[in-house]
Write a protein that binds this ligand. Structure first.
Ligand SMILES: N[C@@H](CCC(=O)N[C@@H](CS)C(=O)NCC(=O)O)C(=O)O
Length: 228
């Protein structure tokens, strides 16, 4: 890379996965860490000016300001020719890698977000509305969200029984992308040892990577996402 890449990392956010992958690559980069707004817990105003979406992560490089975790990670991988975090086009692991690379953001994250939004909004409602909304969100969760999440996790469990990583035989960018989903999912009891032991074992193996300790130290927080 000619221009230095800067990762704008928002605390307790999906930008942790980019920070982690940069550490795994032992890349040269600058890091700016932002606190969330103490009242709204959203990104602070200065973060929102970085890109039109106003969401984390954002990466800047020269004149470029790029949002979206997977776009940023692809950009970094494209600029790091010696990296081995993407199985090649003719690798037998290629389609598995592509599936999990896209399923993490395209299928799993929206379901997890729905769960988060319904849980948080229930907590903030006036007390007289809580029973009705609770009934509605319980139905939504049982009929729509959880069955879909379970199917994805069942597939993850099956795949992790045939090869150790989401991208197949080798640790790949798909592991760093889905790590946020899986680790936060485990912290929020969406994934447990009894039903998904291989997923939980994968979480432990990911957290044992030296790059996780380095990323955690730079992040300076005790967890990837806020507890609620
Ligand atoms: N699909 C986007 C999601 C970005 C996103 O929603 N980020 C959250 C943090 S996990 C955020 O910026 N929240 C603060 C806000 O919206 O103000 C990505 O992967 O970059």
């Amino acid at each position: 890379m000619t221009d230095t890449l800067t990762l704008h990392h928002l605390e307790y956010s999906q930008s942790f996965r980019v920070l982690w992958m940069l550490e795994e690559l032992q890349a040269t980069y600058d890091l700016v860490v932002y606190d969330r707004d103490a009242r709204t817990m959203a990104a602070p105003d200065e973060y929102k000016t970085l890109s039109p979406l106003g969401t984390a992560p954002v990466m800047t490089c020269g004149d470029l300001a790029l949002a979206e975790s997977s776009a940023i990670m692809e950009f970094i991988l494209d600029k790091t020719p010696e990296q081995k975090l993407r199985p090649g086009h003719d690798s037998p692991d290629r389609t598995r890698y592509l599936f999990w690379w896209h399923a993490a953001q395209g299928s799993m994250m929206p379901l997890q977000l729905m769960k988060t939004v319904t849980t948080i909004s229930q907590k903030r409602l006036p007390f007289f509305m809580k029973p009705f909304v609770k009934l509605y969100t319980k139905g939504l969760d049982e009929l729509f969200i959880q069955p879909r999440l379970n199917r994805i996790l069942a597939m993850a469990e099956q795949d992790l029984g045939t090869a150790p990583w989401f991208g197949g035989q080798q640790l790949s960018a798909a592991d760093f992308l889905i790590a946020y989903n899986m680790i936060v999912g485990a912290e929020r009891d969406m994934i447990n040892d009894a039903d998904y032991p291989r997923c939980m074992d994968w979480v432990l193996r990911m957290k044992a990577l030296p790059s996780f300790a380095r990323a955690t130290e730079k992040d300076g927080r005790e967890s990837m996402a806020l507890a609620y």
